[in-house]
Design a protein around this ligand. Structure first.
Ligand SMILES: [Zn+2]
Length: 215
């Protein structure tokens, strides 16, 4: 079975962490595992305090594996200081409730690491959809972060594919995010990039999954 670290479209045949879009709280997750958080894109449209209270009410539910996606995005209109305030509240909640974070980062990887350090955040931090250069990867690796790689792996020249070639596989996951591509195709691409069998790759990711989420 494939582990899909982050998906908006669960197929219900693999082990998946479904992203719960809490703008529509009634659309409860259908996958066994899920994550929830305030995406930086949503900040302008939601009442942040009431959504944080909502998260706190649900965070101990069975299957609630991680807080997120949450993070910082420099390509949106919401001021970065506002985003940092909201992300900072996720950090506090995740620390308090012992939940790993699933991170959305656009041109903000260093800021996120810096904020985690400031509050001495000591739970796993997973950068989802990672497709950045090796310098950024080094900064994140040095901070013991995890990487979830998605559709970019289907392009051999992508940053994600280049990164995977020399990545520490103990820190890697795979995902299909909101793409209409089966998770098996992401694993297939990763297995070709790494020259290792899909079964071996699945075993590695399963170990990572159990370790990061305490399963
Ligand atoms: Zn997503």
């Amino acid at each position: 079975m494939f582990i899909n670290l982050h998906t908006h479209k669960p197929g219900l045949k693999d082990i998946e962490i479904q992203n719960w879009d809490i703008r529509y709280p009634d659309l409860v997750p259908v996958a066994k595992y899920f994550s929830a958080g305030i995406h930086p894109w949503w900040i302008k449209d939601v009442n942040v305090d009431s959504k944080l209270a909502f998260l706190e009410r649900h965070i101990d539910e069975v299957g609630f594996l991680a807080l997120g996606e949450t993070g910082l995005d420099k390509l949106i209109d919401t001021h970065i200081d506002v985003q940092k305030e909201v992300f900072g509240k996720h950090l506090i909640l995740a620390q308090k409730c012992s939940k790993p974070l699933i991170i959305h980062a656009v041109k903000t990887h260093r800021e996120i690491i810096e904020m985690c350090k400031q509050v001495k955040f000591d739970l796993p931090v997973i950068f989802h959809g990672f497709n950045n250069n090796l310098n950024t990867a080094k900064v994140l690796s040095d901070a013991n972060s995890y990487f979830s790689l998605g559709g970019a792996l289907l392009k051999p020249e992508s940053n994600a594919a280049q990164f995977l070639k020399s990545a520490d596989l103990k820190r890697v996951f795979f995902e299909n995010d909101d793409k209409d591509v089966g998770i098996e195709y992401i694993y297939q691409a990763a297995s070709e990039i790494l020259h290792i069998g899909i079964d071996d790759l699945c075993c590695i990711v399963e170990e990572n999954f159990e370790k990061v989420f305490n399963l």
